[in-house]
Design a protein around this ligand. Structure first.
Ligand code: V47
Length: 373
C-alpha cells in the first residue's frame, strides 16, 4: 500500500494537493491537473510523488542495458533546426555505412557482452528497404545473440515513401529480418505549429503514433520520446504526454518514455534558446512518471542529462538510465558534454552512487542474469 500521506508534509505549492488527491484515489491525472504539475516550481513534492510511483514498480532497482548505438548515415532530406547531426548528401562529412560494416561494428571481442544494438540514421533520400534488410541479415549472422532495436517511425515512413508501399509493409518486412523493437526518437513535440517552425518536413504526430500502433499490432515493442526545453509551452508537453497515454491505452506496446532535454546546437548562433534548466528537466521527468500511468518505464538518458543530474533523476521518477551506448553521435554533434559511451562499471557506479541498485536488463526490460562474475 502506497503511503501517500507522507507527501502532504512536503508539498509547498497548494495546487499540488489536488494532484495528490487524484493519486490517492487512483484517479487519472487529467489535462488541468497535469498542467498544474508542469507549471509548478515545487519539484520536491513532484519528485516525491513520482518516486513513490517508481518505487511501487521497481523498488530500489534502476536498470541499464549493455548496448551499442550505431548511426548508419548522417544524410538526411529533412532540415530540422534543432538537429546538428544531419548532413546534405553533398556535404564533405556526409557518410553512409554499408550494411556489413554496421554488423562488423558489433563483432569486436570487447563487445562480446553487449546484448542490444540501437540503430538510427537520417532520412536518406534513396536508401530502399533492401539496404535495411541486408543490415539486419548481416547483424543476425554475425551476432545472433543481440536484440535489434532500430529505425524510428520517421525512418519507417521514409522507407515506405521511397518504396511506394505502406508503413505496415515495411514493419512486416523488417520484423521478418529480426527487428525486435523501435526506438522512440523523432516524436519531438506533438504540435503542428511547432512542427511547422522547427521540423516542417518531419513525420507529423498522427503518422508517428499510427506507425507505433502498427508496430504494436505486429508485436514489435516501441519507446517514445519528447524533445523539450526549446520553444514549446507547458501545455504542449502535457498534450504530448496525454496523446502518448491515449495511444498506449489503445495499442499497449510502449515500453519506455524518454524525455529529451534540448541541447542547443553549438554552431547555431541564431539567438536560439538555451535548453531547459536542471530544475525543469527534473520536473518534466517527474510529471512524465505521474501522468504516464500506463507506461512501465521512464528513462533518464544519461547522455543528455549528464551523470550528476541522472543520479538525481532516478530519485525523481526515472527507473532506467539507458545503456553503455559506446559511440553516441546525435547529442554530441550538438555539443553534449558527456562521454560518448560508458563502461558497465561506470554505469553501475552512477546508480550505486545514488544509493540505488543497478540491474542489467535486455531490450524488453527483462532482468538479465549476472554474468560479470
Ligand atoms: O530523435 C536531436 C533528439 C533523438 C537534439 O528509444 C535532440 O531507447 C536534444 O531518440 N538536443 C535521438 N535532443 C535520441 C533518442 C533516443 C536516445 C536513447 C534511447 C532511445 C530509445 C531513444 O534526439 C532524436 C531527436 O528527437 N535530438 N537533436 C538536440 N540538439
Amino acid at each position: 500500500m502506497t503511503n501517500w500521506s507522507i507527501i502532504e508534509n512536503v508539498i509547498s505549492d497548494d495546487a499540488l494537493f489536488q494532484v495528490l488527491n487524484y493519486l490517492k484515489e487512483g484517479k487519472r491525472i487529467d489535462f488541468e491537473c497535469a498542467l498544474r504539475c508542469m507549471i509548478s516550481d515545487d519539484i520536491v513534492a513532484l519528485g516525491a510523488m513520482a518516486d513513490m510511483i517508481k518505487r511501487e514498480i521497481m523498488g530500489d532497482s534502476v536498470t541499464y542495458v549493455l548496448n551499442h548505438h550505431i548511426n548508419y548515415t548522417n544524410v538526411c532530406k529533412n532540415s530540422c533546426s534543432f538537429c546538428a547531426f544531419k548532413r546534405k548528401p553533398e556535404s564533405p562529412d556526409a557518410y553512409i555505412m554499408n550494411p556489413m560494416d554496421v554488423a562488423l561494428r558489433l563483432s569486436g571481442p570487447e563487445l562480446k557482452d553487449i546484448n542490444e544494438v540501437h540503430i538510427v540514421g537520417g532520412c536518406h533520400p534513396e536508401l530502399g528497404l533492401e539496404y535495411y534488410c541486408e543490415m539486419l541479415d548481416a547483424i543476425r549472422v554475425l551476432r545472433p545473440d543481440i536484440q535489434i532495436k532500430a529505425f524510428t517511425a520517421v525512418e519507417i515512413e521514409n522507407i515506405a515513401r521511397i518504396e511506394g508501399i505502406s508503413t505496415k509493409s515495411v514493419l512486416i518486412a523488417l520484423k521478418e529480418r529480426g527487428l525486435k523493437a523501435l526506438p522512440g526518437g523523432g516524436a519531438e513535440i506533438f504540435s503542428e505549429r511547432i512542427r511547422n517552425r522547427l521540423f516542417p518536413e518531419k513525420t507529423d504526430a498522427g503518422t508517428w503514433l499510427k506507425i507505433h500502433e502498427e508496430a504494436h499490432q505486429l508485436g514489435i515493442k516501441t519507446n517514445a520520446t519528447m524533445l523539450f526545453g526549446h520553444i514549446e509551452y507547458p501545455e504542449h508537453r502535457v498534450r504530448h504526454l496525454l496523446m502518448l497515454r491515449d495511444q498506449q491505452d489503445k495499442s499497449g506496446g510502449f515500453q519506455a518514455f524518454i524525455p529529451l532535454p534540448f541541447i542547443p546546437p553549438r554552431n547555431n548562433n541564431n539567438g536560439y534558446i538555451q535548453g531547459p534548466t536542471g530544475m525543469d528537466i527534473l520536473k518534466t521527468i517527474s510529471v512524465s512518471r505521474i501522468v504516464l500511468d500506463n507506461f512501465p518505464h521512464i528513462k533518464a538518458y544519461w547522455v543528455m542529462l549528464g551523470l550528476r543530474l541522472t543520479q538525481v533523476a532516478i530519485h525523481f521518477g526515472a527507473d532506467d538510465i539507458e545503456g553503455t551506448v559506446i559511440d553516441e553521435k546525435i547529442a554530441h554533434e550538438a555539443g553534449a558534454g558527456t562521454n560518448k559511451g560508458l563502461t558497465r562499471d561506470e554505469i553501475e557506479a552512477i546508480i550505486k552512487g545514488a544509493g540505488l541498485i543497478p540491474v542489467q536488463r535486455d531490450t524488453f526490460h527483462q532482468e538479465m542474469e549476472d554474468v560479470s562474475g
